[in-house]
Design a protein around this ligand. Structure first.
Ligand SMILES: *Cc1c(COP(=O)(O)O)cnc(C)c1O
Length: 419
């Protein structure tokens, strides 16, 4: 199954107690697994001095999770003011923060510069003139256009709104050098949920080559290269995992070749969200209805407000029925929420064991881009988040939303413009 068997067994042992205490639905994250993945990344990339993961905050923007990332020495990749605030509250400052915004507002720039600043990752050359001040360290997000192919979630680079055009990248660094910046980074983010390690290696190769030609042309050195996030995880049982060991050893070799040719080695940054937390979370729901019409439907007590990925991308999330893990899959059903949109389905025509009202369903791999992506359309509230801590205790790390939360923006001073 996609979540690790060790998490599954840790979870199974406590699930009845957790459900009795907190009720369903909830996301529950596994601190042990998150830390294991963090240590694995650090270990695999130890051949590149200064390697650092900048956790992509949008994947799981919860203070308890950010504290775990901080304690592992990771930085934070932010693209909004609230993400900067959350990360700074977790103790991050200055170069612990990478601000990778696009279509950036003046307000966002100011927030990125204030309170100790952050690494500014510019999305376009026109944004240079909009910087509130000239930072010592500047990074640009590179978009190679048709030089690279993207993948299905993120789309083709030449159609993507992100990043600096190949023909403008030299001018971008030259301008910042002329303006007084003295340290430089180069960033790209081309793939999402990519399990082919070669793709990630090619991305690193592309940045190394580009960094070399920019260095030669305008006489700068690169502090770091950031190959973005997008490291994939196996959502389906049959999907092979990303070969992180090969990815790391091939990228390390490429960095050493660069060092041999150029006399220095930039640091390597990645900004993984999904890979860090995706497999270390599940959404636990209760079956509340069964309906047999043109299809069989299992209705559960959460809806797409808790997990948008199946509806948004047709994404697959494995589902296990608690206590029936090894039972024969004797029925085919759509597992649905209660939202008035027909794509509000956690699974479509899925073979499952016989499910009865009251059964607990475990929806796998909801640790990244799960709760965070939820919305309130149709008056649907988002569920709570729990953390299975390393010490074995379970902690509430976000309460469920209430109707009062939903209506909180309706409390305001009367404001009428008579025209
Ligand atoms: C979303 C995002 C990430 C994280 O993506 P994952 O697929 O979760 O690794 C990293 N960097 C940027 C710029 C992003 O927009």
């Amino acid at each position: 199954m996609p979540i690790s068997s060790s998490y599954y067994s840790r979870l199974s042992r406590i699930l009845p107690d957790v459900v009795r205490h907190y009720g369903t639905p909830f996301h529950i994250y596994d601190e042990t697994g998150i830390r294991e993945t963090g240590r694995l990344l650090i270990d695999r990339f130890s051949g590149i001095p200064g390697f650092r993961e900048y956790f992509a905050v949008k994947a799981l923007p919860n203070p308890a999770i950010l504290n775990i990332m901080k304690s592992m020495g990771f930085g934070f990749d932010c693209s909004s003011i609230p993400e900067l605030v959350l990360s700074r509250n977790a103790g991050a400052e200055g170069e612990d923060l990478m601000f990778t915004s696009n279509n950036t507002s003046q307000q966002e720039f100011l927030a990125a510069f204030q309170n100790g600043g952050s690494i500014i990752n510019l999305d376009d050359i026109t944004l240079i003139s909009k910087l509130p001040e000239i930072p010592e360290l500047i990074c640009f997000r590179y978009n190679p256009g048709t030089r690279r192919t993207g993948n299905s979630i993120i789309g083709k680079p030449e159609e993507a709104k992100y990043g600096v055009h190949h023909d403008q990248i030299m001018e971008a660094y030259q301008s910042m050098k002329n303006l007084g910046s003295t340290r430089f980074g180069l960033h790209t983010m081309l793939a999402s949920n990519e399990r082919n390690h070669t793709y990630m290696v090619e991305t690193a190769d592309m940045l190394l080559e580009l960094a070399e030609s920019i260095s030669h042309e305008i006489g700068i050195r690169f502090d770091f290269l950031n190959i973005g996030g997008g490291l994939g995880i196996p959502y389906k049982t049959e999907d092979p995992p990303l070969d992180i060991a090969r990815m790391a050893s091939e990228i390390t070799r490429a960095f050493h070749c660069f060092a041999d040719r150029n006399g220095y080695m930039p640091k390597l940054y990645i900004e993984s969200g999904r890979y860090m937390t995706g497999p270390h979370g599940v959404l636990v729901v209760t079956a509340i209805n069964e309906k047999n019409t043109y299809r069989k439907y299992i209705g559960v007590d959460a809806c797409m407000s808790a997990l948008m990925r199946p509806a948004m991308y047709g994404a697959h999330h494995e589902i296990t029925v608690f206590g029936k893990e090894t039972a024969a899959k004797t029925m085919i059903a759509d597992v649905v929420g209660s939202l008035c949109e027909n794509n509000d389905k956690f699974a479509v025509q899925r073979p499952l064991p016989e499910i009865h009202t009251g059964d607990l369903l475990i929806i796998h791999d909801t640790g990244a881009h799960g709760h965070a992506m939820g919305f309130n359309y149709n008056g649907k509230l988002r569920p709570k988040e729990l953390l299975l801590r390393q010490d074995g205790a379970v902690e509430l790390i976000r309460r469920e939303e209430t109707i009062a939360d939903l209506f909180s923006t309706l409390a305001f001073e009367k404001d009428i413009l008579p025209l």
